[in-house]
Ligand binder design. Sequence first.
Ligand code: ADP
Ligand code: MG
Length: 299
Amino acid sequence: MDIGVITPSNSTEGSETKDIISAIRKSGNTPVPINIQNIVVKIGRGGVVPHCLSEFTKESRIDLDCAVFRHIGIINDYEQFGQRIWAVRSMEMNGMRTVNNILSWVRASDKLGTLMELSAHGIRVPQTMSGESFFSGYAAVKEFGSAVVKPLRSGKGLGVFKVDDPDVAMHIFSYFTNLSKPIYVQKYLDKVGGGDYRVVVVGGGVIGAEYRKGTGWKSNVAQGAKARAVKPSAELSELAIKAAEAMGLDYAGVDIAETKGGYFVLETNPTVAWAAFKKTTGINPAEHIVRHAIRRSRL
Ligand SMILES: Nc1ncnc2c1ncn2[C@@H]1O[C@H](COP(=O)(O)OP(=O)(O)O)[C@@H](O)[C@H]1O
Ligand SMILES: [Mg+2]
């Protein structure tokens, strides 16, 4: 069987895609790399038909049973965002099973969309405010006492900062509004042990987990946090599985903070950079993801 691997050409990841391609080959199937920028959607008498552009004007119809989706790439324009999302959707509309499916990926790659969905499913998340008014931002920091401000779409802990003084926050937020940036403010959680858990879920089961702890309050490995493999408790596993399921994700890196008052889900990363996880746990998520994609394609 041919199995698609959807990535952008300007992808910042490398080793994960290579792992997926090797896992597909190991499973006895053929990897078909698809550059998301080369997908051409044609709508006509035959309905919605996805094509792939190869050299110059050569276009061939894409007809795959399943694909592993990674990322839409760096987006420079709002319309480009739409093009890439619907390009993947056009393949799904033609019967291709994507793991993760594009609409779930879009929601999970946005911090506000994620927390809204998790909360609606009864999953505990940090108290959060998101809006476009610096007055609301000011009020939220005042209410939370100690607050964390985040970009809606980011990763690796970049641009995530802590603020305790509502006046300082308001000043910063006024620049946000001038730049049309939303203001996303969250209550700071006092974490037991200072770090958080990363539980990797594939196909409704936990494949492995690690505990990550940095020198400061952020636990991103990209920010120097050290990871160690852990055996997650039944409660932690159930929570991670429930979170991935609530988000409609076939695979996810679920970040969970533990406080004296219990667990809180921080994120359900739908792309999952697993180079560090693989080293720490000896588990290769790519093999699980590919096995799951094959299972899904036969449903
Ligand atoms: N509300 C919070 N309270 C305490 N620490 C937090 C909170 N939110 C995030 N963090 C810490 O900051 C890190 C980065 O935040 P996160 O929301 O995961 O953004 P990113 O997508 O950049 O990883 C997390 O790994 C976590 O350790
Ligand atoms: Mg994170």
